[in-house]
Design a protein around this ligand. Sequence first.
Ligand code: NAP
Length: 248
Amino acid sequence: MPPGVLLVTGGSRGIGAATARAAAAAGWSVALTYRDDEAAAAAVVADVEAAGRPGLAVRADVAVEDDVLAAFAAAETLGPLTGLVANAGVVAPRARVDELTAERVQRLLAVNVLGAVLCCREAVRRMSTRHGGSGGSVVLVSSAASRLGSPGEYVDYAASKGAVDTLGVGLAREVAGEGVRVNVVRPGIVETDIHASGGQPDRVARIAPTVPMGRAGLPGEVAAAVLWLLGEESGYCTGSLLDVSGGR
Ligand code: NAP
């Protein structure tokens, strides 16, 4: 699938923003979603356009079905959708399982799991040859937490990413004969604002020395893996789980 129209959820900051910029450089037209930070989203769209590609940003909470539908409708104004990066995700403050509240777990699952499922549904409805589409490529952004479990930190977040891994494997097999590839990228610890948003601004500095490569990853290093899985060079990959984690 050559570059076409790509929707990146959570494309205003961090890994999603790096992916949107890298995608534009690779020739994709890019629609991105954000939740709150309109200025950050506008800055990424400006970079997409500076790369010579059309871009737009939509405020959309991926946990809200109507927002997801609106985001896909907006993306389609750029042309037929052929790429999805389901990247939007949240963490929560450090807590043991015996301290969790139902409200917190529901929000994590709503954004990280329901949001990913809804976006995959809408992507398949547009890309699958079963629905008259011409095919496409989906990349889910999971986490190394899905296999590490994040004990003492946020097991509920890790479990939500386990669900994302399984969503990727199952959906890949479901639509493999319909022109749609689905793959999963599992970043390790990456330098973004997500750690501060979970109340741990020192998390990268604390954990980076324990990574076999001795450092945290950069958003662009994850974006490069996402772009490879999106594009034709990975044409025989589907249902793959690609760790981008410095050996962690
Ligand atoms: P980030 O820097 O916190 O950025 C999160 C992005 O998602 C922002 O664009 C944010 O929009 C958007 N967002 C948050 N909640 C949303 C919602 N409910 N609906 C729509 N958009 C929403 O995060 P990141 O570190 O780049 O993480 C991106 C993905 O990588 C996540 O799925 C995360 O779990 C995963 N990941 C990250 C790491 C890491 O170490 N950074 C490691 C493993 C996996 P606003 O700008 O409007 O807030």
